[in-house]
Design a protein around this ligand. Structure first.
Ligand code: YSA
Length: 401
């Protein structure tokens, strides 16, 4: 895994703010390599002012093209969690409507049309992922780390954009919203240009995608006072479309931020379209496989990954790296990384069992934490199961059958 880092020019970075408010400044995450771009790119000082003035609202969207999020999406969620930790309000938008349209960003061909049933199932899967991530973070990585005393986190709000599109009339949408989009600008988006030039071209439906994502932001601005949008760097075109729409119809200023794309060693984006996703749903990628994925990260990238995928302070990360370098073969940094991500995604129990060395049923190692125990295989004929967690903890289970 490799991370494409962008150069971010945050001009007025050493801002002086009162101590009380300093932790609201999520632009500080720039120090961790968390942002690739900021839009408008001259707005960093303005943004810092806003963040310090009062808690702000931020959103990121996820389309239901699969029934689970994956580790590329996780980086966006972690960014949102940092905003939540800093006292801001966080909205996760699940694209029950945009899933019908299909985002052309980073795609070389049209997306297949998705059925209503499929979208509905995927909306539930993603919503469950998001709820679990925010819950695990709150329980194990916020309160569990003694931050509870700093105050309760403002709970995440999950919205589905289908709820506003189902009420919208196509004529008023095209007549009022569509009118604000210029063909030239729409055609100049990277996601559009490359596709139009391709052999198969691009459907009108996908061409309109940017209008929908732009309108969502306007809707969230008007209904939730949401002035910030976050996405992976492939979302920049859609984010700029929203910014343009809002500057035409409102006098409020809005800002977009992107996170770097998590890519494979060959530079391909990790994700569902690429078929190389590492999923957050335990049925698709087991907690053990997720843990192993991070254990395998290379020494050259592990420090960056600790900064992006864990909530350790940069001081703590330096400490871990110093210890790691004394004995790299012990893979301390990778273990810390894998453990923290597994806690966030699957909870403390899963991470503890895996990092203790896994669990064994009748001396056979199990990699699936939700293994179903069956008679004959796991339950011996004398109705006994021998369970071992890690190297030393044994349990004898006597079944009443
Ligand atoms: C956003 C806003 C709206 O108002 C409506 C819909 C959306 C969804 C958006 N257009 C989209 O299609 N997103 S996505 O479902 O493909 O991915 C969700 C988020 O994860 C995006 O911000 C995307 O950039 C990010 N992502 C996906 N793979 C990634 C990644 N981020 C980093 N590395 C990767 N490999």
């Amino acid at each position: 895994m490799k991370l494409v880092q962008g150069i971010l020019k945050l001009k007025h970075f050493s801002y002086s703010v009162s101590r009380h408010y300093s932790n609201r400044n999520v632009l500080k995450l720039h120090e961790r390599g968390m942002y690739k771009d900021i839009f408008p790119d001259t707005a960093s000082a303005e943004i810092v002012d806003l963040l310090n003035a009062k808690p702000q609202c931020v959103y990121a969207g996820f389309d239901p093209t699969a029934d689970s999020l994956h580790i590329g999406n996780l980086l966006v969620i972690i960014n949102l969690l940092h905003w939540q930790r800093s006292g801001h309000r966080v909205i996760v938008l699940v694209g029950g409507a945009t899933g019908y349209i299909g985002d052309p960003s980073e795609r070389t061909t049209d997306r297949p049309a998705l059925s209503a049933e499929y979208i509905k199932r995927n909306v539930s899967g993603i919503t469950e992922n998001v709820e679990q991530l925010f819950k695990n973070h709150d329980t194990f990585l916020w309160k569990g780390q003694g931050h509870g005393d700093d105050g309760d986190l403002v709970p995440v709000t999950i919205v589905n954009n289908y709820t506003w599109y189902e009420k919208l009339n196509v004529l008023s949408f095209m007549g009022n919203i569509g009118r604000n989009f210029r063909m030239g600008t729409m055609l100049s988006r990277q996601s559009v240009g490359s596709r139009i030039a391709s052999e198969t071209g691009m459907s009108f439906t996908e061409f309109t995608y940017q209008i929908f994502q732009a309108y969502d932001w306007l809707y969230l601005l008007e209904n939730y006072d949401c002035r910030f949008q976050i996405g992976g760097s492939d979302q920049m075109g859609n984010i700029v479309s929203g910014h343009d729409l809002i500057s035409r119809v409102s006098n409020r200023k809005v800002y977009g931020l992107t996170v770097p794309l998590v890519t494979t060693e060959t530079g391909n984006k990790f994700g569902k379209s690429e078929g190389n996703a590492v999923w957050l749903n335990r049925e698709k990628t087991s907690p053990f496989e997720l843990y192993q994925f991070f254990i395998r990260s290379r020494d050259s990238e592990v420090e960056n990954l600790l900064k992006l995928f864990t909530f350790y302070s940069t001081g703590k990360i330096n400490e871990i790296m110093q210890q790691h370098k004394v004995k790299p073969e012990a893979r301390l940094a990778q273990k810390k990384l894998a453990e923290q991500v597994t806690v966030l995604v699957h909870g403390d129990d899963a991470a503890r069992i895996i990092s203790a060395g896994g669990f064994y049923v009748n001396q056979q190692r199990c990699t699936n934490l939700s293994e179903v125990l069956t008679l004959g295989t796991h339950i011996l004929l004398n109705n006994i199961t021998l369970l071992r967690v890690g190297k030393r903890k044994y349990f004898v289970i006597k079944w009443k059958i």
